[in-house]
Design a protein around this ligand. Structure first.
Ligand code: AMP
Ligand code: GLY
Length: 417
């Protein structure tokens, strides 16, 4: 099977790594990729947002499957263009991707499907904004309706800041604050059948102890020893299957990866948000634990034959990933700094720990930073404590001037808290 992966972050590196280990994959391409993905896949340049260009590339490569990684191409209709060219694609249509592309659309789907989520108002005028902020009180949760690359959500006790963010957006969703630990649960679906993956937890804030600004995600781990063993079944029944059924009922079936961001509150599990693609960095730890070869799973979803897929097989191992970000991330990340130590990790730590690349590019013989999140150092171990120790040992070998990473990824969970 020839597979083309679209994107170039650590999530795509994790996908390519798993696909490269799958004996069914005879050729693996990634467009545009990054310096690390080049080790496991053949890179091709492409504008990932240009559906026609991606479809042309997939046709030229005679791809049997195209996997679209990030949300922006999905919302732009790249999966539709590839599907129209007759090539199986893992990733939802532009219409179904509105589940991530519009928070208001997602709220509407959840209301119709009876999915538990925060109570909310969609506001377009200053008066509506003031009324909604007043109705919920602090802490205020204000979400830009559209895609905002992780910068659209403000959670604050400061009314003026909440108001300012709301007024800077054309359309906002203002909602009730949900208290409790967060869980990311991914499911693979073909629009009818839903196959849940293992839950993971992401660390959204930049600094240790969940301080500092919101980021794309600074680390993740799986499994969640503290979670109720019935969580996956419960979320399947209350959230994932009803959402997939509702989108099919609307004539816009969702096929690809449905990502439920959940809050485990005192009053039950609630959806914080949906995403229409694999999460980053959670994918790094979820795929590290998946034993079933990945390509067949994604192809079954693309072809609408997930009902024929045998149950997924998971490793007993735990996995931890730690993101190394550039100087000044997330505000104004500095790029172009050389990265050292990659070969040491490859020589000393693999296969237990390995480096997945996010924002990197090759300049001659050196790899340099090229984005806010630069690397996602991933490790597996017999339990979270061991996976954590291995991940941080590898992190310590990496040298990137001015870089930052959290030191407390999976720390509480590893201590049984
Ligand atoms: P989102 O982009 O929707 O994932 O929001 C980013 C982060 O903001 C989430 O991971 C949560 O930590 C936080 N957040 C979003 N919605 C809420 C909510 N209703 N209550 C509390 N925190 C929230
Ligand atoms: N880890 C959060 C996201 O992928 O949106």
């Amino acid at each position: 099977m020839k597979v083309l992966v679209i994107g170039g972050g650590a999530r795509e590196h994790a996908l390519c790594r798993s696909l490269s280990l799958d004996p069914a994959v005879s050729a693996l391409y990634c467009a545009p990729g990054n310096a690390g993905i080049a080790d496991v896949a053949t890179l091709r340049p492409v504008d990932a947002l240009d559906g026609a260009a991606v479809a042309t590339l997939a046709t030229e490569l005679a791809a049997d499957l195209v996997v679209v990684g990030p949300e922006a191409p999905l919302v732009a209709g790249v999966a539709d263009a590839v599907r129209a060219a007759g090539i199986p694609v893992f990733g939802p249509s532009a219409e179904a991707a509105q589940l991530e592309g519009s928070k208001a659309f997602a709220k509407d789907v959840m209301a119709a499907a009876g999915v538990p989520t925060a109570r909310s108002y969609v506001c377009t005028t200053p008066d509506e904004v003031d009324e909604a902020l007043d109705a919920f009180g602090a802490p205020y949760v204000v979400k830009d309706d559209g895609l905002a690359a992780g910068k659209g959500v403000v959670v604050t006790d400061d009314l003026a800041a909440a108001r300012a963010h709301a007024l800077a957006c054309d359309r906002v969703v203002i909602e009730e604050y949900l208290d409790g630990p967060e869980v990311s649960l991914f499911a693979i679906t073909d629009g009818v059948t839903v196959v849940p993956l293992q839950p993971a937890q992401d660390f959204k804030r930049a600094l240790d102890g969940d301080a500092g600004p919101n980021t794309g995600g600074m680390g993740a781990y799986s499994p969640l020893p503290w979670a109720d063993p019935k969580l996956v079944d419960e979320v399947m029944e209350l959230v994932l299957q009803p959402t997939v059924d509702e989108l099919r009922r609307r004539g816009t079936p969702f096929s690809g990866l449905l990502y439920a961001g959940l809050a485990i509150t005192g009053r039950g599990t609630r959806v914080i948000e949906f995403n229409a693609r694999f999460g980053d960095p959670e994918t790094q730890v979820v795929l590290a634990r998946l034993r079933t070869p990945l390509a067949g799973v994604l192809l079954n979803a693309a072809n609408g034959t997930l009902d024929t897929l045998p149950p997924l097989v998971w490793r007993d191992d735990a996995a931890v990933t730690v993101v190394i970000a550039s100087h000044n991330y997330p505000e104004t990340p500095r790029t172009g700094d050389p990265i050292e130590g990659l070969l040491e990790v490859a020589a000393e730590d693999e296969p237990d720990a390995y480096v997945l690349h996010a924002g990197t590019r090759r300049e001659g013989n050196t790899v340099v930073s090229a984005g806010g999140r630069v690397l996602s150092v991933t490790a597996t171990g017999s339990d979270l404590a061991q996976a954590r120790a291995k991940a941080y040992k590898a992190v310590a070998r990496i040298r990137l001037d001015g870089s930052q990473h959290r030191t407390d990824i999976a720390a509480k969970a590893a201590e049984g808290r």
